[in-house]
Design a protein around this ligand. Structure first.
Ligand SMILES: Cc1cc2nc3c(=O)[nH]c(=O)nc-3n(C[C@H](O)[C@H](O)[C@H](O)COP(=O)(O)OP(=O)(O)OC[C@H]3O[C@@H](n4cnc5c(N)ncnc54)[C@H](O)[C@@H]3O)c2cc1C
Length: 461
């Protein structure tokens, strides 16, 4: 199994539990031991300490996206326009504010539980690296201002170039609340806290089938769990479930990491710990690590027929090359720096890039939370609240929140999804390559690009 830099760093802590064998009965079974599954389990135990909770995990906890991501801990403010359109101003504000407060709360949680996740709250620079990207944040910035919230502060170009360590950053704004973590340390820490709180975890235990009977039955290679309630928290893999197949599209995101270069970071000025993105749809996202590396990611957006997640979602040379090329273009003065690690992972894109919560049709006892769309490190903690309330049948602001049972735009059925997806992705790549060279993109590429699902942020045109 190809592992990320983050998971290699915690290799000593990856010893799996014994897989499930035989029959087991519990109150709630959670499929997937990533951030979403673990936060949900913890919240259920908090709301109902008598509730027996079992997590079934195909690999080890954190083996999926949670142990492979960029470690950006973000809010939902960049999606404030979409949230407002979806659930009205008051609920949008409540969710965005909760997602911002959640970032500091996550840091406090790590401190309280002795999780050394390298939590660092140094803000996120949302930048333009080409002319066409300039002011991409203007719409969100002014909507926040109209709502009385001064969230995104403009950063002067010279300060931006200094703090990001590269004059390729032309303009930008900062959302100061954002943080970074070493995500594998966070997810493995959550696993420890969950076990201590009484959650039972079976790793190397894929759910191969489930029956929607009441209670539900979930079959694994050597066992079976009977559960009153089920939470589906298996991210992009949930696209295997026919009812969710058109709600999410599993796409790749790819990260490369340099050798440790603390002295070079000092020399270029990127010492403040800021996380950075550009404003492409196939977004470049990058941050530094505690040992002085740069981890540079790209939304490489590869898709597969029928949304099957194969080995190319773990590691793919072509995707690594594309990602490295963007790193070299953004930091040409680090041309001699070696790349030591590279990996990919699946992202569960929803059409509007906001998560979707609900229960499967005619199965109120089987709930799901998918569609994190590349912003799940922070918001998964709120997702855990939503899923726990849904699973326990608790009526509160989380089970009633605007992201639950919402009407979503669906991806087309196969084979249109795959063939159309390839066409749109190629058009976006050509368009963004032209823009990177300050060339005018082909008309058809611009038209096709508009069919792509929306990105991590609500960008101004
Ligand atoms: C390369 C990359 C970079 C990213 N960067 C960022 C970032 O910087 N900031 C951010 O906020 N978000 C980022 N994301 C997204 C973020 O990682 C996810 O939104 C978040 O980790 C989702 O957590 P999860 O629990 O839903 O998924 P996962 O961590 O993937 O957990 C799902 C688990 O389910 C398991 N599973 C799958 N099928 C089965 C089955 N049949 N039976 C049992 N278990 C099963 C998987 O093994 C997996 O461990 C990134 C994602 C990737 C891939």
């Amino acid at each position: 199994m190809h592992r990320s830099l983050w998971l290699k760093d915690v290799a000593d802590d990856l010893k799996p539990t014994t897989p499930l064998s035989g029959e087991l009965t519990c109150d709630v079974t959670i499929v997937g031991g990533g951030f979403v599954g673990l936060w949900t389990a913890l919240r259920i135990r908090e709301l109902d300490p008598g509730c027996s909770v079992v997590i079934l995990e195909r690999d080890v906890c954190g083996g999926g996206a949670s142990g492979r991501n960029g470690g950006f801990v973000m809010s939902w403010w960049p999606k404030i326009s979409s949230l407002t359109a979806l659930c009205g101003v008051d609920e949008a504000l409540r969710l965005a504010q909760a997602s911002e407060a959640n970032i500091s709360e996550l840091g406090a949680f790590c401190a309280e539980h002795g999780i050394d996740a390298h939590f660092r709250q140094s803000g996120w620079l949302w930048t333009a690296t080409t002319d066409v990207q300039r002011g991409a944040w203007n719409g969100v910035q002014s909507l926040c201002a109209r709502l009385g919230r001064d969230v995104f502060k403009t950063v002067a170009p010279d300060e931006l170039a200094r703090r990001s360590g590269s004059p390729k950053h032309l303009e930008g704004a900062i959302e100061a609340s954002n943080a970074t973590v070493q995500p594998a340390r966070l997810v493995r820490g959550l696993r420890r806290v969950a076990i201590r709180s009484g959650v039972t975890i079976f790793e190397n235990t894929p759910v191969l089938r489930f029956e929607r009977s009441v209670p539900a039955r979930l079959g694994t290679p050597a066992g079976c769990v009977t559960a009153r309630r089920v939470v589906l928290a298996h991210n992009a893999w949930a696209a295997e479930i026919p009812d969710l197949r058109r709600t999410i599209l599993p796409v790749t995101s790819t990260i490369i990491a340099t050798e440790p270069i603390p002295e070079r970071l000092k020399a270029i000025g990127w010492t403040g710990g800021e996380s950075i993105t550009d404003s492409q749809l196939m977004v470049d996202y990058y941050r530094t690590t505690r040992d002085g590396r740069i981890a540079f990611g790209k939304g490489t957006g590869m898709i597969s027929f029928s949304s099957r997640i194969g080995p190319r979602y773990d590691q793919d040379e072509a995707l690594n090359r594309v990602t490295e090329a963007d790193f070299r273009a953004t930091y040409p003065h680090l041309a001699d720096v070696r790349i030591e690690h590279s990996w990919s992972g699946p992202v569960d894109r929803s059409y509007d890039s906001l998560p979707v919560f609900g229960h499967l049709p005619n199965a109120p006892h089987i709930v799901y939370g998918v569609g994190w769309s590349g912003n799940g490190v922070g918001p998964s903690r709120l997702g855990g609240r939503i899923l726990a309330s849904l699973a326990l049948g608790v009526e509160d602001e989380w089970s009633r929140c605007g992201l639950v049972n919402r009407k979503v735009k669906l991806f087309p059925p196969e084979p249109v999804r795959y063939l159309g997806g390839i066409m749109v992705r190629s058009a976006v790549r050509r368009k963004e390559a032209a823009e990177a060279d300050n060339r005018k993109p082909a008309w058809l590429d611009s038209v096709l690009s508009r069919l792509a699902p929306s990105g991590l942020e609500d960008k101004s045109a």
